[in-house]
Design a protein around this ligand. Structure first.
Ligand SMILES: [Fe+2]
Ligand SMILES: [Fe+2]
Length: 216
């Protein structure tokens, strides 16, 4: 599905720019460019939020709810939407940290790390659990394609600026965070979401699973 392929590819860019943000925030305030800080903000606001997260919510998650009959008020979709909201708050905290100058160095770093780690966990959950599950579930309900849209000029500029930031602030090679695939690695697992099987599986998926376990 074109939209899912696009969203996947966008994750790769967002992930890289997030890594660059860590490198940017690690520099001391005396050498840190305020303009580059604003460019990071523009990238995450325009490209990650308004382009990427918005298409997930208004097209992909909406189709899962309306065409595949999956719940949006609990389970994986609700967890991903709550992540989008929480990340917007973390980004706002980072934006406020940019105004603190040298006195707010430690605070700015904390905000950047909190935002980037949340974003990475979110991308891992979507790449490893949500996206692979979407296509077969939509297909079974007769949905073979989902609409996408081109970037607006602001979103396109934010993307180019983001790519330039990755070149200027190479992401750390060994980021200090545990990442991984599957529900078990998702911070929402067992907190606001009981995991894919309990939230999304229907009767015949459970029957099939039991048959397999019984060697059938
Ligand atoms: Fe998302
Ligand atoms: Fe995403």
């Amino acid at each position: 599905m074109t939209l899912i392929d696009e969203l996947h590819a966008e994750h790769d860019v967002i992930e890289q720019v997030a890594g660059a943000l860590l490198t940017y925030a690690a520099a001391s305030a005396t050498v840190r460019s305020r303009d580059d800080g604003a460019a990071f903000l523009r990238f995450f606001r325009w490209y990650a939020n308004r382009f990427h997260h918005a298409r997930e919510e208004d097209t992909l998650f909406a189709a899962l709810r309306d065409r595949a009959g999956l719940p949006a008020d609990r389970g994986p979709i609700a967890a991903m939407i709550a992540d989008h909201e929480r990340m917007a708050e973390l980004l706002a905290a980072f934006a406020a940290g940019l105004d603190l100058g040298a006195d707010g160095d430690a605070r700015l770093r904390e905000c950047a790390i909190a935002y980037v780690h949340a974003l990475w966990h979110h991308i891992d959950a979507e790449n490893s659990v949500l996206f692979p599950e979407c296509e077969p579930r939509l297909r079974r309900n007769g949905v073979t394609e989902l609409a996408s849209r081109p970037m607006t000029p602001d979103e396109g500029e934010a993307l180019s600026a983001g790519q330039a930031l990755v070149a200027r602030y190479p992401p750390p090679p060994n980021p200090d965070v545990m990442r991984g695939d599957g529900c078990i690695m998702c911070p929402a697992f067992g907190v606001t979401c009981r995991g894919l099987e309990l939230e999304w599986w229907n009767e015949w998926e459970w029957d099939e699973f039991e048959d397999r376990m019984n060697g059938g």
